[in-house]
Ligand binder design. Structure first.
Ligand code: ADP
Ligand code: ADP
Ligand code: ZN
Length: 213
């Protein structure tokens, strides 16, 4: 099953993706996690991408399209994948369509997680991340031990782009560049709208209904 998680920054894509991986047995592919790993390693791609990420802007399409092109060919994607944070522009969505067509595949469902902007600032300023991709919240989703990842024992950190100025920029760019994808995939009959407020478990149950129903 090939799935896309779509939603604004802070909607809960990463949180839900981790639970879906466990339940569905297909990998999460997060372009944000892949880019942050490249930044940490100091690769040429990472150094270039960091400028955009810290400013709350999207990394150029060709960079992320290249990442996905390589990643979805890997063996662990044979039974499907969960795209988290990709596509984010119509150009990326069109490139993805082409790639999948070339592989004789298609997207099955686009899970559109809906959270009003008014809730996102608090979610993002309070978010704490692990390098394994797990995310926590200082109020809403605390790790068992403060500052430590439940999944891997890693040390949690506050992302450079989870500061108010970059968040505002990311939300503007989401509405301008990414939200049009809801329309793009609605026309293809792929969108499953999921209210993204409420408990993590209730949202997860709604997602599972949408993909298994
Ligand atoms: P969030 O979890 O807040 O939605 P991500 O971790 O998905 O954020 O992405 C962090 C940053 O990485 C983005 O602000 C952007 O700079 C870059 N990025 C991630 N995915 C993409 C993409 N598909 N296209 C362009 N830039 C991306
Ligand atoms: P995204 O990947 O879409 O940017 P995350 O999964 O990282 O979003 O979640 C953003 C922040 O909101 C994190 O701090 C996370 O712990 C918190 N969060 C996730 N789901 C919920 C929820 N249903 N209610 C409240 N906070 C949530
Ligand atoms: Zn971790």
């Amino acid at each position: 099953m090939n799935l896309i998680l779509l939603g604004p920054p802070g909607a809960g894509k990463g949180t839900q993706a981790k639970k879906m991986v466990e339940k569905l047995g297909i990998p999460q592919i997060s372009t944000g996690d892949i880019l942050r790993a490249a930044v940490k390693e100091g690769t040429a791609m990472g150094i270039e991408a960091k400028k955009y990420m810290d400013a709350g802007k999207l990394v150029p399409d060709e960079v992320v399209i290249g990442i996905i092109r390589d990643r979805i060919k890997e063996a662990d994607c044979a039974k499907g994948f969960i795209l988290d944070g990709f596509p984010r522009t119509v150009a990326q969505a069109e490139a993805l369509d082409e790639m999948l067509k070339g592989m004789g595949q298609d997207i099955d469902h686009v899970i559109s997680i809906e959270v009003p902007d008014s809730a996102l600032l608090e979610r993002l300023t309070g978010r704490r991340m692990c390098s394994c991709g797990a995310s926590y919240h200082i109020m809403f989703n605390k790790p068992k031990q403060e500052g430590i990842c439940d999944l891997c024992g890693g040390k949690l950190y506050h992302r450079d782009d989870d500061k108010e100025e970059a968040i505002t920029e990311r939300l503007v760019n989401y509405h301008r560049q990414t939200a049009p994808l809801i329309d793009f995939y609605t026309k293809k009959g792929k969108v499953r709208p999921i209210p993204g407020t409420g408990s993590v478990d209730d949202i997860f149950a709604a997602i599972m209904d949408a993909v298994e129903g």
